[in-house]
Design a binder for this molecule. Structure first.
Ligand SMILES: Cc1ncc(COP(=O)(O)O)c(C=O)c1O
Length: 372
């Protein structure tokens, strides 16, 4: 077993994956939910939301363009609704990341949304307390959308929503990858402005991977600067380019060939180690105090009680990179008090994914235990 030089940070192709044929036409054969699904694979989660909105607007031209989103959401979930002319309203999520049902129904009464966007967090079934209302909400002519980006590998039930939205890029080394799924609606693809894949993103990802692999071997900081530059460039392209692209062939090849059992098992194993060893201290506490069998975790998430920046920097000093999900969207910050957003100022995500082994997880644990 060998320790990884860095923990966290962007996924990259390994040497073998860099030999794959980018032009080999490949259809993604993943089954994503447990029902008779209709799936459309896109390059991003944003693309999936856009196709869904085109679909809904085409079928219901006089729809009241108001959507309810959780106030704990990232900008890339919010933007497609704005781009499609929706008024965005928010409902509250509690500190255990389940929905504040009282607040949700208040917002429904005030704003009569035509879509409600639900999301489970970090692999845990945080929508358990709301699914029983789906049929009632549908009868009120509300489309139910579940974002399963964080929970698609977890085995709890996913069949009751009208649409499922997914971004797969956060889970493994693919340059692009999203999906729109429906068990009940046809998915109209005519809105594709470009039926091709997003070539620039793939080219940048390949160059990024080459530089990251070289950096790990040589520790040459120029290679690191180059790969970080390319990661940022791809983020910017995704943010600015509003075209909808299909999933690339290279990502389809990786998705088809991935060892999902290994991915699930190693994430669960790593999480279990972190969960067993990192109990609440004066510095932090885990967000979830349980770890059910049906969960495949995205990250091990903790709340930093004192200075999050200092905590994060102490980990960076040991080359452990922990992202923040998510920087608070400025519109949300202007609506809610600092107290109600406290959770979002404190949260930090510790990597537990399939790239890491027992030695890496031990390194994370000892680093965290040494932060004072
Ligand atoms: C939960 C969730 N849904 C959707 C998206 C959008 O996905 P993409 O970045 O692939 O467009 C993101 C992006 O961060 C996300 O975190």
């Amino acid at each position: 077993m060998v320790e990884n030089f860095e923990i966290g940070g962007p996924y990259n192709f390994n040497e073998n994956e860099l030999l794959l044929d980018v032009n080999k036409r490949t259809t993604c054969n993943l089954i994503l939910t447990d029902s008779n699904e209709k799936v459309f694979f896109t390059s991003s989660g944003r693309g999936a939301i856009n196709i869904m909105l085109h679909n809904i607007i085409k079928e219901h031209q006089n729809i009241n363009k108001v959507v309810l989103l959780p106030f704990y959401a990232c900008e890339s979930e919010i933007t497609p609704f704005k781009d499609n002319g929706f008024v965005i309203r928010y409902y509250k999520v509690k500190t255990d990341l389940t929905i504040d049902i009282y607040d949700l129904f208040q917002q429904i009464n005030f704003f009569s949304p035509s879509i409600i966007y639900f999301q489970s967090y970090f692999g845990f079934d945080t929508l358990n307390n709301i699914r029983r209302y789906y049929n009632y909400l549908r009868k009120e002519n509300i489309f139910i959308v579940e974002d399963i980006t964080h929970s698609w590998l977890s085995s709890f039930k996913k069949t009751d929503a009208d649409y499922y939205v997914l971004s797969m890029r956060k889970w493994l080394e693919i340059p692009d990858g999203g999906a729109l799924i429906s068990t009940t609606h046809n998915i109209d693809q005519s809105c594709f402005s470009n039926i091709d894949y997003h070539k620039e993103i793939i080219d940048n990802f390949i160059e990024m991977s080459i530089n990251k692999n070289l950096y790990f071997k040589s520790k040459d900081e120029n290679k690191k600067s180059r790969y970080m530059f390319l990661v940022k460039k791809n983020k910017k392209i995704l943010h600015e380019n509003k075209n909808i692209y299909r999933l690339s062939d290279i990502s389809a090849q990786i998705l088809n060939g991935s060892d999902w059992e290994f991915i699930r098992d190693s994430r669960r194993q790593n999480y279990k180690m972190l969960f067993n060893e990192l109990n609440e201290t004066i510095n932090f506490k885990p967000v979830f105090n349980h770890f059910p069998d049906d969960v495949v975790p995205l990250y091990f998430v903790i709340l930093i009680k004192k200075d999050r920046t200092k905590f994060q920097k102490a980990l960076i000093n040991e080359r452990i990179y922990c992202p923040i999900h998510w920087p608070i969207y400025n519109e949300i910050e202007s609506i809610y008090s600092k107290e109600s957003l406290n959770f979002q100022y404190q949260i930090l995500s510790i990597p537990c994914d399939q790239r890491y082994n027992e030695l890496d997880i031990k390194r994370i644990i000892s680093t965290i235990n040494n932060i004072n």
